[in-house]
Design a protein around this ligand. Sequence first.
Ligand code: AMP
Ligand code: ZN
Length: 490
Amino acid sequence: MIYFYNTLTKKEEEFKPINNDEVGIYTCGPTVYWFAHVGNLRTYIFEDILKRVLMLNGYKVKHVMNITDVGHLTSDSDSGEDKLEKGARAEKKTVWEVAQFYTNRFLKDIKMLNIGDPTILVKATDTIKEQIDLIKILEEKGYTYIISDGVYFDTSKLEKYGRLWGDKEKTELRGRIEEVKEKKHPTDFALWKFSPKDEKRQMEWESPWGIGFPGWHTECVVMSLENLGIPFDIHCGGIDHVSIHHTNEIAQAEAAYGKMMSNYWMHGEFLNVKEGKMSKSLGNIITVSNLLEKGISPLAYRYLCLNTHYRQKLTFSDESLSFAQTTLEKLYEKASELAKETEMPISEKAKDYENRFLSIISNDLDVPVALAMMWDMLKDKNISGYEKYYLLVQFDKVFGLKIKEAVFDKDEFASDRIIIQKITEEGLIAWSRDMNDVPAGIIDMVEKRNLSRENKDWQESDNIRNVISEQGWIIEDRNEQVLLKKKVQI
Ligand code: AMP
Ligand code: ZN
C-alpha cells in the first residue's frame, strides 16, 4: 500500500489510482527565462522520486510536464512583466530563442541529476488555441469579466474557491489585489491579458477579446486535462503553488467541467539559503553550472536532497553540499568493494530489507528513513557482501544515485599520489590516473604544493591552490593522496 500526504484533504491518504495499470501525473514545469536553480531542481527531484516509488510498486507512470514559455508574470498578482519578454530584452534575443535555450539547459540539468524525462513535455505556446477554448467555456458559463488589461476569472462565482489553500477567507487574507485595481475581488485572476497598447510584444495572439496572451494558470489546466483526462491521479509542484497557481487551476477546471481536476495534490517544500529565499532577484541562486564549477557532482546535490523529507524545508549551504559529495563518494567506494563479491542466492534476511524499504518509501516518500536504513544495512553482519550490493542496486531504483554505474576499482588507484576526478555529462563521478588529461603546468604546481605542505608552509600551499583554481582545477587532500578535479563548464 502507498500513502501520500494530500494537500487537498490535508491528511495522509492511501493512494488509489483511477486506473490500476497506469498512474497519471502532472507536474508544473520550468519557466524558461533563466537557468533553473537548485531550489527549482529540488522540486523536480521530489517528483522524480514520486515516479520511481510508483514504478517500484509496479505502476506504469504517464507523466506530463509543461514548459512555461509565455504568461508567467514577474508578480503573482497579475501585474508586472512577462518573465520571458523581460528576459529576451535583457539578453537581446528573441523570446523564442530564450525559451529554446533555457528549455535545452533545463533538459541537460535534469539529465545530470538523473531525473527521468516526462512522458509528454508540452510548451504553453503550443496550446494557445486550447487555452482560448477553455476561456470561452468559462465565459459562456458566466465566470469571466473584462477590465482594461484583460479577461479575469470571477472567483466569487465559485462556491468552493480556495479550498486547496484553506478557504476563501484565508486566501483573501493574503491580499493580492493592490496591483490590479480594477479587479472585482482580491482573488480574481487573469485568464487572458491584453498586449500593452504602447508596446509590441514578441509573443501575442488574436483572441475573441483582443490581441494578447494567456494567463499562467490556464496553461496547466489545458495541458494536464488534454493529456490525462479529468480527473487524473496526482498533480505536483512546489509549495508556493498552493495558494495561487494551483488554487486557480482548480477553479478553472471546476467552473468549466464541474470536477476536481486531480485526486491527489502533492507539494514539495522549499529549498532556502541561510538568509532566506533563493531567488534570481536576490542574486543568490545556485545552478547546476555553479555546482560543476565547485567540482560538485549534481548527483551529490541529489543525495543532499534525499536526506530531507520533501515536506520539510531544506537549508542549502556549501558545507552540506561538500559533505554530501564526500558521503556519496564513500557510498560509491563501498558499492565498488561489494560489487566484487560472488553472486549467491538472496536470503530471507535480505528480502526482509527489500520489503522494509518498499514500505518505508511508500509511506509518503520517506526517503531520509530509507537512506538511514541503507547505511544500517551496510553494517549488518548477518547478510553477505553480495546481498548488500544487490540491495544497494534495488534501493537505487528509487534513490537514483547511479550506484551501479559509479562502481570503480579503487585498488587501481592505491599507489597514486594524484588522482583525477571528473564529472561526466551524465553527472557521474569518474576517476582517472591518466595524467595526459592534466596540463603539465598544473601537475608541476601540485608537486610544488605537496612540497610546501611537507614543509608545513600552509600560506604557500594555499597560494598555489588559488593559482590552480584560477586555471580551472580544484585540488583536495585525501589522506596521502591528492584529488584533482577539473571545473566543468556547461
Ligand atoms: P518556476 O520555474 O518558477 O515556474 O518554478 C519551477 C518549480 O520550482 C515550481 O514547482 C516551483 O514551485 C518550484 N520552486 C521555486 N522555487 C523553489 C525553491 N526555492 N525550492 C523548491 N522549489 C522551488
Ligand atoms: Zn502549473
